[in-house]
Design a protein around this ligand. Structure first.
Ligand SMILES: Nc1ncnc2c1ncn2[C@@H]1O[C@H](COP(=O)(O)OP(=O)(O)O)[C@@H](O)[C@H]1O
Ligand SMILES: [Mg+2]
Length: 395
């Protein structure tokens, strides 16, 4: 099953483009599912169809689902949540606050895509398109598997052993509940599911994320950030889509200035997303609702290409920790170090080389460190950050 996730800042056009992609995929004969995980669902409005509970058939080869986020949360997290709530409550937390604390941001969305594994196993769909919640929440959702893994390995395995032997005494002394076997079992089951899903989503042979953006400064900044996150957590990205471009036909002095600004931001987008392909689509004369308009949108974006194609497979950047340093590896074929120029400005890394310019946003752990060294190894540029956190290099 081919899996495509659309992410991007709120309002950039994720839902419209997800629906448009799905329509085109279905038309090409792929059994297609478009699934929305944003609790503020708008897929049904976009498709102008009732979706209701579960998977709804929309047209030939086309199915849609708006995941009931609260239900998925209850199924996957209910027991664990009750335990955490009870734990916090006994420590004097207000009921309401305890309940809120027991839910981590990004979790609802994560649980919504756990279904993907089932669909994958059923073999019912050829293509699954995921309309994600806005970027911030997606970033947290994607880092959540790593967080839960950390807890499982360090905390829960260890705790379980201890709890088995000391529960009766410990509960009396500590005056807090200790997790029961049921809670452990629930946690373990969830861990297995999340692990399985992460394996699917990080496989570049069939999964990819696409970043939707508008040619505006804040939107592009946020897209850079999500791209860094995706790279860090190993989620393959195969394209970016620039939406709402001013149409060529618009030709008056008011908009000519906007067009210049737009061109400038498209250049920034190219520097930021290079070497990913960028697809483009213009601002339509009205809202994107109904299958006819979505069809036009898909045709403009993908033209004669199949939207389920994997448009890019390599990883644009890798980050590894080596001793106390961070090593950033960027594939840059056919380059000569003499042409290379790079500098750090805040949390941005800017690489220029002859006509090439790359603008990367560094993860915070790295941008706090000084740039130590840059060198080419074969077709790859290796950059090392390290030394003293306060800006003085120790070497
Ligand atoms: N290219 C476009 N031309 C005209 N309207 C658009 C275009 N892309 C999106 N819209 C409209 O903008 C609004 C937000 O789009 P939507 O797809 O819901 O964004 P998101 O899912 O990212 O929040 C919707 O009303 C949609 O119809
Ligand atoms: Mg949306």
């Amino acid at each position: 099953m081919r899996i495509i996730l659309y992410t991007g800042k709120g309002g950039v056009g994720k839902t419209s483009i997800s629906a448009a992609t799905a329509i085109k995929c279905a038309q090409l004969g792929h059994q297609t599912l478009v699934l929305s995980t944003d609790s503020a669902h708008s897929l049904a409005d976009s498709l102008e169809m009732e979706i209701g509970n579960g998977v709804a058939k929309i047209a030939d080869n086309l199915y849609a689902e708006e995941v009931n986020v609260n239900y998925e949360l209850k199924v996957n997290w209910g027991k664990i949540q009750s335990f955490i709530t009870e734990f916090l409550h006994r420590r004097g937390f207000d009921d309401f606050i305890a309940e809120e604390f027991a839910i981590f941001p990004g979790m609802e969305e994560l649980f919504s895509i756990l279904k993907l594994k089932e669909y994958e196993e059923q073999g019912r769909f050829d293509v699954a398109i995921i309309d994600c919640a806005p970027t911030g929440s997606t970033a947290r959702m994607l880092s959540f598997p790593d967080i839960i893994e950390w807890y499982m390995e360090r905390f829960f395995h260890l705790q379980r052993k201890i709890v088995k032997t000391i529960r009766p005494i410990a509960e009396r002394i500590a005056k807090v509940p200790l997790p029961t076997d049921e809670v452990y079992f629930s946690m373990e089951e969830l861990y297995q599911k999340i692990d399985g899903m992460k394996e699917i989503l990080t496989n570049p042979e069939y999964s990819s994320v696409r970043i939707v953006f508008n040619p505006e400064k804040m939107v592009i900044k946020e897209s850079q950030r999500i791209l860094t996150y995706l790279n860090l957590f190993n989620f393959p990205v195969d394209a970016a889509i620039a939406n709402r471009l001013i149409p060529d036909a618009v030709d008056n002095s008011f908009f000519s200035q906007w067009k210049d600004i737009e061109a400038q931001y498209l250049r920034l987008a190219e520097e930021s997303f290079n070497p990913l392909p960028i697809f483009k689509v213009h601002l339509f004369h009205r809202e994107m609702v109904g299958r006819e308009m979505l069809q036009q949108m898909a045709d403009e974006i993908f033209q004669d290409k199949d939207p389920s194609t994997i448009f890019f497979k390599k990883r644009p950047m890798r980050v590894q920790k080596v001793n106390n340093d961070y090593l950033l590896t960027i594939p840059l074929p056919h380059s000569d170090k003499r042409d290379l120029d790079l500098w750090v400005r805040g949390d941005e890394l800017i690489i220029t080389m002859k006509n090439y310019r790359r603008n990367l946003l560094l993860p915070r752990t790295i941008s706090a460190l000084p740039l130590k060294e840059a060198r080419f190894e074969g077709d790859e540029l290796k950059i090392i950050f390290g030394g003293d956190e306060y800006g003085k290099s120790s070497s």
